[in-house]
Design a protein around this ligand. Sequence first.
Ligand code: 5AD
Ligand code: SF4
Length: 450
Amino acid sequence: MTETGSSTEKKRLFIKSYGCQMNVYDSERMADVLAPLGYEPVDAPEGADLVVLNTCHIREKATEKVYSELGFIKQMKADRKADGGAMQVVVAGCVAQAEGEEIMRRQPAVDLVVGPQSYHQLPELIARASRARGERLATDFAPEAKFDALAKTRTAGGVTAFLTVQEGCDKFCSFCVVPYTRGPEWSRPVDAILAEARSLAERGVREVTLLGQNVNAYAGEGGLASLARQLAKIDGLDRIRYTTSHPNDMDDALIAAHAEVEELMPYLHLPVQAGSDRILKAMNRSHTADSYLKVIEKIRAARPDMAISGDFIVGFPGEREADFQATLDLVEAVGHAAAFSFKYSRRPGTPAAAMQGQIAEDVKVERLARLNALLDSQQAAFNQAQVGRTLGVLFERPGRRPGQVVGRSPFLQPVHIEGGAELIGQILPVHIVSATKGSLTGALLSQVAA
Ligand code: 5AD
Ligand code: SF4
């Protein structure tokens, strides 16, 4: 990377992240690789020198949102030019990968389209784009190079961090674009992950969340179970989480690790999507409601307090009332601590988009409301059940009110207490005194006892 320009001049960088945690992580990495060029993050696109939209392609609405956002940005770019400045506009992420140059055809204000494998090349690409209307599309670089370049430039953050260990998906659920946009499953080597985790721990990170579209299909030596056991040995790294998992990749070794490795937190995001076998088959999920429940049973045998979270889709093509009822039944059977639910959205090019029996919007809306009511009540009950208990809380940041500090329980619930910033970075026992649907309130056990 030689064409990175002067590093003395300060430039304003606005990055907007859409969609999943992977994108939040990628946006941080993009800010990191652009920092040496003098780019400093700002909170609004107006007047920025560089605007990056880090897009998500999972649901159709998200793609349309990007185009509508680009409409506003086009105007800002024109304003900037009228003021004698210049604004560069980059579209990154899955929409970039999927739509490629089509984006620039549809919205000429876009200077550069860059796929998820090429973020480490952003500085070079941006420098080139600003000189000429030369090479703009770079979506086919090897993933390994991406990680190596990004890992070196990581800047220190807070007490928790995301760590990508796996990318891509070979599952081809019939509704999903990920296998097309993120490509085949690929796992980062163990050594590279351990090195990055050690350097994070040295900078005060106490909790890592391992990221991957199919994180529990992690295929580095020994699989995810072995990786978790090695990470758990790193000094200072006290909490390990991972997301997102597929039920079929929840192997016995990983389940056993949950029983034995204290650092593995008792919270598992394990999407099931639907409770009807007919719909699961049409979704190409390659598991049944029953096989999913058996996995949950095994997990709870290993770790009885495991909090379960999931993703659900309502209104998949062909979903009848009885199928939807089967989803509600499965939700009842599992008992969720948290969940994400979506109306099915038709993604062009995926098999489900061409299926007969697309469901009317009002039916989807009504089913989603019923599902959410059930999931909300489960989440509220799960939180309420913590009242009177003592939980280890990792304090992460000051609260909104002065004199308040916020952390997370092992079950990922936000926990508020009265306390000072000196608690940030510590894991301390907290007596839980009250709960709402979204969070817990408590007091340090030391204060309660005193
Ligand atoms: N429509 C609705 N929800 C979807 N998801 C993925 N693709 C679609 C789609 N076409 C949801 C799934 C997945 C989550 C990340 O997004 O539930 O687990
Ligand atoms: Fe998409 Fe299915 Fe792969 Fe998850 S497992 S990323 S839903 S194809």
